[in-house]
Design a protein around this ligand. Sequence first.
Ligand SMILES: Nc1ncnc2c1ncn2[C@@H]1O[C@H](COP(=O)(O)OP(=O)(O)OP(=O)(O)O)[C@@H](O)[C@H]1O
Length: 297
Amino acid sequence: MSSRPMMPDPAAGADPSPSPGKPVIVLEDAAVRVGGKTLWRGLNLRVARGDFIAVLGPNGAGKSTLVKVLLGVHPAQGTLQVLDLPPGRAGHRVGYLPQRRGFDASLHIRGVDVVRLGWDGHRWGVPVPGARLFSARRRAAETRIAEVIDLVGASAYAHRPIGQLSGGEQQRLLIAQALVRRPELLLLDEPLDSLDLPNQAAVAALIGRICREEGVAVVMVAHDVNPILRSLDRVLYLAQGRAVTGTAAEVITSETLSGLYGTPVEVLRASDGRLVVVGTPEAPALHADRHDGLAGG
Ligand SMILES: Nc1ncnc2c1ncn2[C@@H]1O[C@H](COP(=O)(O)OP(=O)(O)OP(=O)(O)O)[C@@H](O)[C@H]1O
């Protein structure tokens, strides 16, 4: 986890502080169109092993779309590489936790089975119990499933029905599911949403630890940077069709965000260190091509 401090320049759009080492993600001058219009462009990002990057921005800025681009399920222009391959080609080397709204309380599938789906959810059918016991491959799977449940601190409740667990407990098990195939890159879409503050802090700390201890690069969409402020390496801030990248201290400033939004935005620091952004405009509409010159990047 490292980054070189340097003031970001929204106009230039370059990622100012790439980490050294072989990149896990390379985006150069990337752009995305949705419904025939440009959502964002001029996006430059390099993510290295063990980096923790937050993707921030207002509703509709294109944060989830960026994750879909990295997964290879949404097309984009520019230079795009994930683990040295075009997006979508790295298979199990990429773990993904989509946005969600929680499990139905009546759902009886156990937490451990949810994690197991991350291992063999692509296969049809129910495993044959006898075959399972004698398969070395299956034993390796069960060892890894137990290991990853332990890693996220969910051993005490992993055998209970997932619908009966708290939001924080469910989220830990879903993170375990995303980690079970030992991904080198973890894409998390708002994993802290719908969690209460203590659980936000606990899950944020867990993700930071996974980054450090497992060497996994994490790209995490977040609405609030505060729970992850201490664990982060860099942020990518999307707004008004443009992107800036840098450390949180560089990007989340009145000067940088005012430049990005093109209107005065104030960043206040509370006495407990929390950052509060004031005066951001409403969610931007998609940028029509005739405005591309203004959207810049
Ligand atoms: N397949 C699609 N077809 C049409 N519009 C789409 C499609 N996917 C995304 N959009 C639009 O693109 C914009 C960006 O969506 P996206 O979900 O990436 O934003 P976001 O920054 O993640 O928003 P939020 O913070 O609300 O989750 C939205 O206006 C959305 O309606």
